[in-house]
Design a protein. Structure first.
Length: 275
């Protein structure tokens, strides 16, 4: 049996939650455009505060890193806030791309990795306000993740495909940047059933595996380099998985946490199943 640690209630659905400062705070961007934070101030006691009101811009996505967060909208592009002396202030630099669908802070919070509706994957330098095109896909980029070294990105697109992309700043040609593909269509042939990708694909904390897609309640864990399924998390054939996260325990063991549509959290230790 899994018990709740705590629950937070909001009048607006929080589509982009984020854990901050080693489990003592949780931030989220609500569907009403409010960026909120719940901070642990005592045993089982949490305090809510509003960090920013972006309700006038119809925000599309949210990213965080330590003392910074960014909000993207189709009306204002990407705006960035930083915390100084306990106050959250909007920075002067702005990314004017109004088609940003997903983003993640990289390089110790000095850059944003952004995926756009036109298929562009870009790096935005906060200190210089400059933009570099990493590569351009033919269809929308729905989600990006970066490994711990910030050397590679995981890019998800429609039709059940994800790609391992080299983020090196060298003179790589665009088609040389895609190092591996992860295809749900190939997995469907292996399992003989239809796959779904209802949660964001991520790297595991050690970066040696990729979590992407599910088939009949089985979350698929792929070998990062070979592009093959190596583990699975079997939740049952009629279970809809809504989110997956990766973390390492104090003793160095690697764990995964999955959340179903009905809020059931399950902890898994790798390896779960080896093919």
């Amino acid at each position: 049996m899994v018990d709740d640690i705590c629950r937070f209630f909001s009048h607006s659905v929080p589509p982009s939650p984020a854990e901050l400062n080693s489990s003592v705070a949780i931030a989220s961007l609500g569907s009403n455009g409010i960026v909120s934070r719940w901070s642990l101030v005592g045993k089982n006691k949490w305090m809510w505060e509003m960090l920013a009101d972006c309700s006038d811009t119809d925000p599309s996505c949210f990213a965080y890193y330590r003392q910074n967060f960014a909000v993207a909208s189709p009306h204002r592009g990407v705006r960035i806030w930083e915390c100084k002396n306990g106050l959250w202030m909007q920075m002067q630099c702005e990314l004017l791309r109004k088609d940003t669908l997903t983003m993640k802070f990289i390089n110790d919070g000095n850059e944003l990795l952004c995926g756009c509706s036109d298929g562009s994957l870009i790096r935005y330098s906060i200190s210089t306000c400059s933009v570099q095109l990493v590569m351009a896909f033919k269809t929308k980029v729905f989600h990006v993740d970066a490994d711990a070294a910030n050397s590679h990105a995981l890019v998800a697109q429609a039709l059940g495909s994800a790609h391992l992309v080299d983020l090196a700043l060298g003179n790589l040609r665009p088609f040389d940047r895609v190092l591996q593909d992860y295809s749900l269509r190939d997995a469907e042939q292996q399992y003989g059933a239809r796959g779904v990708h209802g949660f964001k694909p991520i790297f595991t904390d050690y970066g040696d595996a990729v979590i992407f897609g599910a088939i009949e309640g089985r979350v698929l864990v792929w070998d990062r380099r070979r592009g093959q399924i190596i583990y699975e998390m079997d939740h049952g054939s009629d279970v809809h998985i809504q989110a997956v996260a990766s973390f390492n325990s104090d003793n160095g063991d690697q764990h995964l946490v999955s959340c179903t549509k009905y809020g059931l959290l399950t902890w898994w230790r790798l390896p779960i199943r080896i093919f």
